[in-house]
Design a binder for this molecule. Structure first.
Ligand code: PLP
Length: 454
C-alpha cells in the first residue's frame, strides 16, 4: 500500500528556529545605510522594525527559541503535512521519488503566516499599535492581516496596483481580517505621489510599495514596518517548514537528493532548504543539491548581478549585497506576483555565489504546463509562484526518466492557487503571454546601482 501523507503531532512542532548564518563560512555582509552607504548599525533599523526582530536579523546563534505564544498560533495549522506525490510520479512515468511539503493548509493559504505570526507577536510585546506593509499578489498582505488581528493589532497594506485590480479576492480577504488596503502607488505617501506624477498609469512594483509602507510606518506613531521575505529574520521563521520536513522524511525512510523551492525574495524555499542544507555546510551531505526557481520576467539570480542595491525603489530601505536586476526595474505583469521582486535574500545570494546552491528561471506557460500536470494527478491547484517550483521538479523527474536514476526530490508546495484561477483561465485560453527577456531594461536599471566602496 502506498503511503501518501506523513503527519506529525502538534507536540512535534519545532521549538527552535534554525539560523543558517551560524553555519556559513562567509555570511552575507552587513547592510549599508540607504543615504551614507556606510555599514548599518542595528540601531539604524530601530525606527523601521521591532527590536526583537532587529536582534534576530544580526544574530549568529544557530538555534533561536520560538516563543510559546507563537507556537500556540502556528498549531492552528502546523505541523503541515508532507506528501508523497505517488500519483504524479506514476503519471510522469518517472523513477524519481517526489515528496512535497504542503503549506497551503494555513488559513491564508501559504507559508507566509509562519513569519507573520512571529512578527505580530513581537510587535504586540513591544506595545505597538500596528504594522504597515506592502503586498504583491496579496498573499503577504493577507498573512499579515490574519496574524495582526489575532494579536489585536492594525494592519495598513500597500498593494501593488496591478494585483489590486487583478486580484480583488485577496483584498477582500485582507479586509475580512481587519486590514486597511490601498493600491500602490497611492497618494497617501510622498513616495507614491512622486511616482504617480511621472507615470499615472503605472502597474506598480514591490519596490514602490515597500517605499510607501516604510514611509507610512516611520511617519505614523505606534506603527512599524513589516516585511514578508528577503531579510534574515523572515527566512529564520520559515525554517519550521524544513525542520518538520526532516522528521517527516525520516518517517518516510528517505533523504532528499534534490531540494526545490520557488523564490521571490527566497523565504519559502530557504524555509524548506536551509535545515537540510546545514548537512551540506557541515560536510555530511556534500552532494545535496538545492535549486531556487525564479520567474524569467524578474531573473535576479540568473540574469542580474551580485552587488549592493537598495531594497526598495525610493531608496529609503537598507542597501543589501544581493543578486539584483536593479531597484528601478519594473518587471512584466506576470501572474506570479510574488516573484516580481528585483532582489533576493542576501544569504541565498551568498550561497549561490559560493556555488553551494543553484538557481533557475522559467517562463509562465512552461510553468503552468507543469502545474496542470500536477493538479490532474495530485489534485492541488497551486499558486502561480509555487508552479515555478513544480516546473523544476518536473524537469528533474524527466531527467531521472532519461537516466533511469531514482533520485529523491523534495519541494516546497508554498501555497494554493484558489485566488489565482484567472491565471489558469488565461492559460486554458492560450492567452498567457511569455514576456521576452528585457536585457535593455535590466541594463538601464543596473546603471542606477549605488557605488559602494568595499
Ligand atoms: C509570496 C509567495 C512566494 C514568494 O515569496 P518567497 O519569499 O520567495 O517565498 C511563493 N509562493 C507563494 C505561495 C507565495 O505566497
Amino acid at each position: 500500500m502506498t503511503q501518501y501523507k506523513y503527519i506529525l503531532e502538534e507536540k512535534e512542532l519545532p521549538t527552535h528556529w534554525y539560523n543558517i548564518i551560524a553555519d556559513m563560512k562567509t555570511p552575507p555582509p552587513p547592510y549599508r545605510h540607504p543615504v551614507t552607504l556606510q555599514p548599518m548599525k542595528p540601531e539604524d533599523l530601530v525606527p523601521v522594525f521591532p527590536q526583537a526582530l532587529i536582534e534576530q536579523e544580526a544574530s549568529r546563534e544557530r538555534w533561536i527559541e520560538i516563543p510559546d505564544e507563537v507556537r500556540d498560533v502556528l498549531k492552528m495549522w502546523r505541523p503541515s503535512p508532507l506528501y508523497r506525490a505517488a500519483r504524479w510520479e506514476k503519471a510522469l512515468d518517472t523513477p524519481a521519488k517526489i515528496y512535497y511539503k504542503w503549506e497551503g493548509v494555513s488559513p491564508p493559504g501559504s507559508h507566509k503566516p509562519n513569519t507573520a505570526v512571529a512578527q505580530a507577536y513581537y510587535a504586540k510585546q513591544e506595545g505597538l499599535e500596528g504594522f504597515a506593509t506592502e503586498t504583491g499578489a496579496g498573499q503577504w498582505g493577507s498573512a499579515l492581516c490574519f496574524a495582526t488581528q489575532l494579536f489585536g493589532l492594525k494592519c495598513k497594506v500597500f498593494m501593488v496596483a496591478i494585483s489590486y485590480h487583478q486580484k480583488p479576492y485577496r483584498r477582500i480577504a485582507m479586509e475580512t481580517w481587519g486590514g486597511d488596503v490601498v493600491p500602490s502607488p497611492s497618494s497617501e505617501t510622498k513616495a507614491g505621489r512622486d511616482i504617480l506624477a511621472v507615470d499615472p498609469e503605472t502597474s506598480g512594483s514591490l519596490g514602490i510599495a515597500i517605499s510607501e509602507a516604510i514611509e507610512y510606518a516611520v511617519t505614523h506613531d505606534g506603527f512599524k514596518y513589516s516585511l514578508g521575505s528577503v531579510v534574515n529574520f523572515v527566512l529564520l521563521h520559515q525554517t519550521v517548514i524544513g525542520l518538520e520536513a526532516r522528521k517527516q522524511m525520516e518517517m518516510a525512510g528517505d533523504y532528499p537528493d534534490i531540494l526545490i523551492g520557488c523564490a521571490g525574495g527566497g523565504s519559502n524555499a530557504a524555509g524548506l532548504i536551509y535545515p537540510f542544507l546545514r548537512d551540506k555546510l557541515i560536510g555530511e551531505k556534500p552532494n545535496l543539491r538545492a535549486i531556487f526557481v525564479e520567474s524569467a520576467a524578474c531573473p535576479s539570480m540568473t540574469r542580474g548581478i551580485y552587488a549592493y542595491d537598495w531594497g526598495d525603489t525610493a531608496k529609503t530601505g537598507p542597501v543589501a549585497k544581493m543578486h539584483t536586476v536593479g531597484h528601478g526595474f519594473i518587471p512584466a505583469p506576470v501572474h506570479a506576483g510574488g516573484l516580481r521582486y528585483h532582489g533576493m535574500a542576501p544569504s541565498i545570494c551568498r550561497l549561490l555565489e559560493d556555488g553551494i546552491v543553484e538557481a533557475r528561471a522559467y517562463h509562465q506557460n512552461q510553468v503552468f504546463d507543469a502545474a496542470l500536470s500536477f493538479a490532474q494527478a495530485e489534485g492541488f491547484i497551486v499558486a502561480p509562484e509555487t508552479a515555478h517550483a513544480i516546473r523544476a521538479v518536473y524537469d528533474e523527474a524527466m531527467a531521472c526518466k532519461e537516466s533511469g536514476e531514482s533520485k529523491v526530490i523534495l519541494f516546497n508546495c508554498s501555497g494554493h492557487g484558489h485566488f489565482d484561477l484567472a491565471a489558469y483561465d488565461a492559460y486554458h485560453r492560450w492567452e498567457l503571454p511569455d514576456y521576452e527577456f528585457e536585457e535593455e531594461k535590466i541594463q538601464k536599471a543596473l546603471a542606477e546601482l549605488p557605488q559602494v566602496a568595499e
